[in-house]
Design a protein around this ligand. Structure first.
Ligand code: GTR
Length: 393
């Protein structure tokens, strides 16, 4: 039986944090060059203990334009629906991307890549966006039911391109989802059972982020140096892992990513490693189960994950009512990551204190804010996100 989740700050524990700059030999990492080696070792530890490795690049990748509408969102955007075909030997797997571009731009635009929970057709107010075809959700999803989270009009009006794909295209989000996941390309069915924890949903989704980045890079209307990864909740964990693995992401936004995302594991507040590994074993390596209840033994904490993005900018967002994701633990993690950013001459958020809602702490390459409200993505979030990206690119 799992203990009740703790929501008392006085009980959070706040165990001392390890430092990402503590070398394996006990010596202190003091230069960006030495950090690069240390960084590789930390990334490998996250892969071994928590997230597994991203699937390898398939033998062939092909982009099929299924539909283009140059009069989308009341004429302000171009909408493209692209099927990414992944081919490995005789095996084939697809990812469907919904992609908006602002129409009236003279120069290449920045872009945001993010994965969605319920299908592309759920994200858009437009009535004819293709729904997921291959591995639909268990229950029917209403068109447009996630438009509150995907503020395409607002983003396009702010000069951003945005692309999204359904998480189920990469790994259906359930214990036996591995069998229908992108890992099918590399394994036979008996290697895709729930026991094969090394093939994780988070790494499959992160691989989807990289595929979207590569798609956007082919278009001269996109500024390739300003393609950001963005994710909410489990997909926020994913966006951080994608940026840790793919240096071409210019920066990363974690929205309410919580436990095993931005939030520190060494705090006992809201969701814990014990709970998450019981509820969602297919997201993580089996190795992580060992740390349930003994998080202090992890060789890293989640500020190491944020620091894997350095010196690229990282924005951590929380919501006041989303205590499950431990907003203060997300803040402390963002602050602690600053240690690595300082090696690169960036101040991070310095020694800022936990801010009041709607009072962003936009430091030097590291940002944090707390939004009033529940676990969600809202127009207020996107406003903070686009402001932060503009300041940091
Ligand atoms: C919860 C999970 C969180 C978060 C969330 C979500 O049930 O415990 O870690 O990932 O799902 O993705 O909405």
């Amino acid at each position: 039986m799992l203990p009740e989740a703790n929501y008392e700050e006085s009980e959070a524990g706040n165990l001392p944090l390890p430092s990402p700059l503590e070398g394996e030999d006990g010596g202190r990492i003091g230069t960006a060059t030495r950090w690069n080696r240390r960084r590789a070792a930390i990334r490998a530890e996250f892969a071994r203990i928590m997230y597994g490795e991203l699937p390898p690049r398939p033998e062939a990748v092909r982009f099929e334009l299924r539909r283009e509408c140059d009069d989308a969102i009341d004429g302000i955007a171009i909408r493209r629906e692209i099927r990414i075909h992944l081919e490995q030997g005789r095996k084939h797997h697809c990812i469907d991307v919904l992609w908006y571009l602002p129409k009236s731009v003279k120069e290449p635009v920045p872009a945001i890549v993010g994965m969605n929970f319920r299908g592309n057709h759920a994200c858009s107010p437009e009535p004819d966006v293709f729904p997921p075809e291959f591995f639909p959700l268990d229950e029917p999803v209403e068109r447009g039911s996630q438009t509150g989270r995907w503020c395409f009009r607002q983003l396009v009006e702010s000069g951003f391109s945005v692309a999204t794909a359904f998480r189920g295209d990469l790994f259906p989000d359930r214990a036996d989802g591995r069998a229908d996941s992108v890992f099918r390309l590399y394994r036979e069915a008996d290697g895709l059972t729930p026991e094969h924890r090394e093939l994780t949903a988070i790494s499959a989704w992160a691989f989807g982020y990289v595929q979207m980045l590569e798609l956007l890079e082919t278009d001269p209307r996109i500024d390739r140096r300003r393609i950001w990864a963005h994710g909410h909740s489990r997909l926020g964990k994913t966006a951080l892992w994608a940026a840790a693995n793919e240096p071409r992401f210019a920066g990363v936004v974690s929205n309410d990513s919580g436990c095993c995302g931005a939030a520190l594991s060494r705090r006992n507040f809201g969701e814990t490693v014990g709970r998450i590994t019981q509820m969602f074993p297919w997201w993580f390596q089996k190795e992580l189960d060992r740390y349930a209840g003994c998080e202090a033994e992890l060789p890293f904490d989640q500020h190491f994950l944020l620091a894997l993005a350095a010196p690229r900018p990282v924005l951590v967002a929380s919501a006041t009512e989303d205590l499950w994701a431990d907003p203060r633990g997300e803040f402390l993690s963002a602050r602690a990551a600053g240690e690595v950013y300082r090696l690169f001459g960036c101040e991070g958020i310095g020694d800022a204190e936990f801010p009041a809602p709607e009072q962003p702490v936009f430091g030097d390459a590291v940002g944090y804010y707390l939004r009033t409200g529940i676990h969600d993505v809202t127009p207020v979030d996107w406003k903070f996100v686009t402001d932060f990206i503009r300041r940091n690119s």
